[in-house]
Design a protein around this ligand. Structure first.
Ligand SMILES: Nc1ncnc2c1ncn2[C@@H]1O[C@H](COP(=O)(O)OP(=O)(O)OP(=O)(O)O)[C@@H](O)[C@H]1O
Ligand code: SF4
Ligand SMILES: [Mg+2]
Length: 325
């Protein structure tokens, strides 16, 4: 099988042609009248200990992809291989076991922490589910708090007693409690003050260096993704349009959409001013994506073929889906 061949021993997770369509209901009988093509055939592979960035405008399908990859929502097509095992269809005990090895950290650290639970309970909950109790549990919670820059004194406090940055540290402590091999980071710094964002990113990098997890870093903030990722994929309306090593993508974007996204990022060096490319038109609906290349109604380089035929994502390490290449 092709997908198994691509899953080399250093791959932690691989998605092949992953799809998620959400039904749109309408009419008096609430029948399914259409589908939101949220994730429409996405293939990526993430290596052990690697951070893979996923960028794109709001609504392009980043969160849906992350959640489908973790089997938190059911895929409608494609395959997922985790640590050499096909997990696309696993259920029950097998799925519960895999869930311990994959974790997710969300954007809003407040809503993902139960306000009535102490920090000891919050961080200790996944351990308790794994049968760790008493003194061992307490020691492990103290170790986890230390790993994320908090300490024993914090154990009996409640989430509201912490700052936004500290709360995100707690979410991270809980996520790493079961020694996961892979973590989806869904905009983990977007809700935080700019001054705290770098601290959390550096904490994530430090933990990865110590513990060796693979990360999928989802963000619409390109500077965050550039700071933390070794490779990046750019998503547009449910599809990947460009993928490659972070430096190559940022230094030499090929796809017109990537060029436009990057042109909007301020450049610190005034001699290297970018010409800002303004995208015309709104983001089209993922219910009825445009024909051919989905970006064609907004693309300054559009050709006749772009409206009719969909360009494939071509290339291996550096790939791009555009008729110009
Ligand atoms: N449970 C759902 N039911 C129906 N449609 C959904 C559901 N979840 C997401 N969608 C739709 O799927 C598309 C992709 O949404 P998603 O949240 O994955 O985007 P995103 O890239 O994470 O956006 P953002 O940057 O705003 O977080 C959107 O059109 C969204 O409205
Ligand atoms: S395929 Fe055509 S419309 Fe799409 S990005 Fe390339 S040039 Fe633009
Ligand atoms: Mg999202």
């Amino acid at each position: 099988m092709i997908e198994m061949e691509r899953a080399t021993t250093d791959t932690i997770i691989l998605a092949k042609d992953l799809k998620k369509y959400f039904p749109v209901r309408g009419g008096v009988f609430s029948r399914v009248v259409d589908y939101v093509h949220a994730v429409d055939g996405v293939s990526i592979d993430i290596k052990k200990g690697e951070t893979f960035g996923l960028v794109g405008e709001s609504g392009c399908g980043k969160t849906t992809f992350g959640r489908t990859l973790m089997r938190l929502i059911e895929p409608d097509g494609g395959r997922i291989v985790f640590n050499g095992e096909d997990i696309t269809k696993i259920k029950g005990k097998d799925l519960a076991e895999i869930r311990r090895e994959m974790q997710i950290v969300f954007q809003d650290p407040f809503s993902s922490l139960n306000p009535r639970m102490t920090i000891k309970k919050i961080v200790g909950e996944p351990l308790l589910l794994n049968g760790i109790k008493g003194k061992d549990l307490r020691e492990r919670v103290i170790d986890l708090l230390a790993l994320v820059g908090l300490n024993e004194e914090h154990m009996n406090r409640y989430p509201h007693e912490f700052s936004g940055g500290q709360r995100q540290r707690l979410c991270i402590a809980r996520a790493i409690a079961t020694n996961p091999k892979f973590i989806v980071l869904d905009e983990p710094t977007s809700a935080l003050d700019v001054s705290v964002q770098a601290q959390i990113l550096n904490l994530l990098i430090d933990l990865q260096n110590r513990l060796g997890m693979g990360y999928l870093m989802i963000s619409h903030d390109l500077s965050v993704v550039r700071h933390i990722s070794q490779r990046v994929a750019v998503m547009y309306l449910g599809k990947i349009v460009e993928k490659g090593k972070t430096e190559e993508i940022f230094e030499n974007p090929l796809h017109p959409y990537t060029k436009a996204l990057l042109s909007a990022v301020p450049v610190p060096d005034p001699d290297r001013k970018r010409n800002r490319i303004l995208l015309t038109g709104d983001v089209p609906s993922p219910v009825n994506p445009p024909s051919g290349c989905r970006f064609h109604p907004r693309c300054p380089y559009v050709k006749e073929i772009c409206k009719e035929k969909e360009p494939e994502l071509k290339g291996d390490e550096r790939s791009v889906a555009c008729w110009l290449y």
